[in-house]
Design a protein around this ligand. Structure first.
Ligand SMILES: Cc1ncc(COP(=O)(O)O)c(C=O)c1O
Length: 404
């Protein structure tokens, strides 16, 4: 390629990362306060974060953990999912959603998603067997699944629902936040847990971290014990002046607790979350406006009854009209200094799931079609107007250069 051509194609001089956290001075001061306090692991800041979080989503109970993976694992363990059980999981998700089922010795039954990348209620219905114990819907990209249909199916078949809301903090369904107790108010006996992620690239972050939300008091008690080795008392209660050294192990639990250092970040990230979401939505609107008219890409599908918090902005390429494939598209973006990613490689295409459970390409067609043609564009609150314009220009340039 000539130097001149190279110059023409380079939209920007510095690399634009795919994702960046927004950490403010309040977060930094709170972490420093924690470090100076003498109490760095699970303690008073975790309590504050849990209470604030429960109030924000409208959940009776919130339990802070060290990842969303830990939240999902803890929830399934508390529901006593184990060998011989089946759990229905959308294939179009991060591997963690299915891995935790395997960790407990149960079988993940992978099902397809719709054009909106959300788990299909009729695919769930078709996958239910006498061994099915739970459904794990994933609120893909920051938009809620068809929750009413899922709760109705779960209630009818006496299944638990463990929602993977890794992308969906702040998202709403029919005006209620994901994780809210009220979401399943029409199904009083339904056992339901929602798991959130505060991983570095999420809409709010604690570096690594997660939260479990539930309305179910008994399940909440069991999950809290499971997050700390199955001990009947947590360290905070044992080591303060009010505590006692004595504890009993009532289950072979995990070490899933969140530290106060992480919670210090979370307390302030949560206060800023609505602002972060508004900024993400504004960028998504600009992408929509720029790309909606193109016959070479499809913009993310939106449901009018749900508030999309745009953890991801996933553009779908019309490959039949393009002379390049998705991998080449990503290389073209990279050559223009734009980072991007792919969410997700369907779980059933990973070697482990193929060898262990017999899945193969062709089993879940919509997820495969979507996977082959998607690219997630940079989207985070600290992107400047110029950054957003650079992404738009790069995408438009690549599309027009490669129309078939
Ligand atoms: C859909 C989904 N579920 C679960 C996880 C796991 O989250 P964590 O990294 O907090 O364990 C992720 C992480 O990206 C995810 O995207």
């Amino acid at each position: 390629m000539s130097a001149l051509l190279q110059l023409e194609q380079t939209v920007r001089e510095t690399f634009l990362p795919f994702a960046l956290p927004s950490i403010g001075e309040e977060e930094i001061a709170e972490v420093v306060d924690t470090l100076r306090s003498g109490w760095v692991t699970t303690g008073p800041k975790v309590k504050i974060f849990e209470n604030d979080f429960a109030a924000y989503v409208g959940a009776g109970h919130a339990i802070a953990v060290n990842s969303c993976t830990a939240a999902l694992h803890t929830a399934l363990a508390a529901l006593e999912i184990g060998p011989g059980d089946e759990v229905i999981v959308p294939t179009f998700t991060f591997c963690a959603t299915a891995n935790v089922v395997v960790h407990l010795g149960a079988r993940p039954v992978l099902v397809d998603v719709g054009r909106d990348s959300q788990i299909l209620p009729h695919a769930i219905a078709n996958a239910i067997t006498p061994q099915t114990k739970a459904i794990m819907p994933v609120h893909y990209g920051g938009q809620a699944c068809d929750l009413d249909s899922i709760y109705e199916l779960a209630a009818r078949h006496s299944l638990a629902v463990v929602e993977d809301a890794a992308h969906a903090i702040g998202s709403t369904y029919h005006g209620l936040r994901i994780g809210a107790d009220q979401l399943s108010a029409n199904y009083p006996g339904l056992r339901r847990v929602t798991a959130f992620s505060f991983y570095a690239n999420k809409n709010m972050t604690t570096g690594e971290g997660g939260m479990i939300a539930t309305a179910d008091e008994e399940l909440a008690k069991r999950m809290r014990v499971l997050t700390m080795h199955g001990m009947s008392k947590d360290a905070w209660k044992r080591y303060t002046s009010a505590g006692s050294w004595y504890y009993e192990v009532v289950a072979a639990g995990f070490k899933n607790n969140m530290t106060d250092i992480a919670a210090a970040l979370g307390i302030h990230q949560l206060r800023r979350l609505d602002g972060f979401v508004a900024a993400r939505q504004q960028i998504a609107r600009k992408y929509d406006e720029a790309f909606a008219g193109s016959d070479l890409v499809r913009t993310p599908l939106r449901h009018a009854d749900r508030n999309h918090v745009y953890h991801l902005y996933t553009l779908q390429l019309e490959l039949a009209r393009l002379a390049i494939d998705r991998a080449q598209f990503i290389e073209e973006l990279k050559s223009r200094n734009i980072g991007s990613s792919v969410h997700f490689i369907p779980v059933h295409l990973h070697p482990f799931y193929q060898t262990q459970f017999g899945y193969q390409r062709g089993d879940l067609a919509q997820a495969e079609d979507t996977f082959d043609s998607i690219v997630s564009l940079p989207l985070y609150p600290s992107m400047s107007d110029t950054d957003v314009a650079d992404v738009i220009e790069a995408v438009q340039q690549i599309l027009s250069d490669n129309r078939r």
